[in-house]
Write a protein that binds this ligand. Structure first.
Ligand SMILES: [Zn+2]
Length: 257
């Protein structure tokens, strides 16, 4: 089994940021090309028809990203320990019935739904923006744990959600993630889905959370300690030029442990 596979499709990536991330990830491991769209029944196990209808002009890009995420889920544990899906836009704010901004399907939820057919799944969302869509989708699903560390908004801490305060750095971010991983560990997952936001990085324009590259590597190491096949789903790509390095730091931490 390989350590890392990056999944991409034949079509050009939708943004320069995504293209740079794809290059950064493929430098660390193998890449596979997989096709386009998911069967409608797979999407409808996570979203209802109103979400699909509301995608409008974003339909093709949204379905392509969803296919990347689900393919990553299908590969982990069989062909690789870690699979990375460079999705074109974040989807963690799209719930079962309501489309988020930007208009995307919930890629991480679709990956978790696919993996949940094998056993319990832990979704760990470390995007700057609260992944409330993912939490909504799995609110009543006992086989899927969803934990979140976010900095936007700066309020809303609950049992499985840590809202970081203004100008949080590595220390606060890693302390919060340690707690979420501890809870995930007690859930005894058979697989992990990471909603990876690079908009928590110190270089990001939002400046809300200031995580360094070594902080991102440490985050990968914390999640690696769960010892599970892991699908990494790209949420916000973060600020352009630095993002491939930050992604590399996270994935290296995840691979090395
Ligand atoms: Zn974000």
């Amino acid at each position: 089994m390989r350590d890392l596979i990056t999944v991409h499709d034949q079509a050009s990536p939708a943004s320069p940021d995504t293209a740079a991330l794809l290059d950064g990830a493929t430098a660390l491991g193998s890449a596979v090309v997989r096709p386009g769209r998911l069967p409608a029944k797979d999407v409808l196990s996570v979203h209802d028809g109103t979400v699909l209808a509301a995608l409008g002009a974003a339909t093709d890009a949204a379905h392509r990203s969803a296919a990347l995420a689900v393919t990553a889920a299908q590969l982990v544990g069989f062909e690789s320990r870690v699979a990375y899906a460079p999705c074109h836009a974040p989807g963690n704010r799209t719930s079962r019935t309501k489309l988020g901004d930007p208009r995307s399907l919930n890629n991480a939820a679709l990956a978790a739904d696919a993996l949940s057919k094998r056993g319990p799944v832990a979704v760990i969302d470390i995007d700057l923006h609260h992944g409330h869509g993912t939490q909504d989708i799995f609110r009543d699903r006992r086989t899927v744990f969803v934990g979140s560390v976010h900095g936007e908004p700066t309020t809303g801490t609950t049992a499985r959600t840590v809202a970081l305060g203004e100008a949080a750095g590595d220390r606060e971010y890693l302390a919060a993630l340690t707690e979420i991983v501890r809870q995930a560990s007690r859930f005894r997952p058979s697989a992990v889905v990471v909603s990876l936001g690079l908009d928590t990085a110190a270089t990001d324009l939002t400046g809300r959370v200031r995580v360094t590259r070594s902080g991102l590597a440490a985050a990968g190491g914390l999640i690696a300690a769960l010892g599970c096949p892991t699908a990494v789903i790209q949420e916000c790509a973060g600020a352009g030029n630095a993002s491939p390095h930050q992604l590399g730091a996270f994935l290296t931490g995840l691979l090395v442990g």
